[in-house]
Design a protein around this ligand. Structure first.
Ligand code: HEC
Length: 114
């Protein structure tokens, strides 16, 4: 009886540890699924913008901390929502929350990951 309790406890502990590790890994290793789906075509999965499309349109290098530290979240959210010169507008495709997460968690995190 006691043995079973310990085993059950250990199993749950292990499952929790594995989930935490997997979740942490996903956060650290790459952009969100949303970024990959809508933004990586031009900005690249590494955020440098060195994709054929990104080079052609001259997308920014998101790993360049100097560039984006001069930009506020609000500036970038606005740019993604209404679009730029070559950058498409995402205000109709994505919700305001999705755009905010993309800017705060994806665009900003590229420079930190370098
Ligand atoms: C068709 C290519 C393309 C796609 C797709 C694209 N971008 Fe861009 N993006 C650009 C280009 C080119 C620029 C350079 C500035 C401009 O054209 O306004 C840019 C600029 C930006 C900027 C900087 C704006 C500023 O304030 O200077 C941000 C932030 C950004 N993109 C985020 C995103 C996000 C988030 C997505 C996905 C939802 C995305 N982009 C999808 C091409 C793209």
């Amino acid at each position: 009886m006691k043995r079973t309790t310990i085993l059950t406890g250990a199993t749950f502990g292990l499952i929790a540890a594995v989930s935490v590790t997997l979740f942490a890994k996903e956060k650290r290793d790459g952009p969100s699924a949303l970024f990959k789906e809508y933004c990586a075509k031009c900005h690249g999965e590494d955020g440098t913008g060195k994709t054929p499309k990104g080079k052609q349109l001259r997308a920014r290098d998101f790993t360049d901390a100097e560039w984006w530290s001069a930009k506020s979240d609000a500036d970038m959210i606005k740019a993604v929502t209404t679009g730029g010169e070559e950058m498409p507008a995402f205000g109709k495709k994505l919700t305001a929350e999705q755009i905010e997460t993309l800017v705060k968690d994806d665009v900003r995190s590229f420079a930190k990951r370098k």
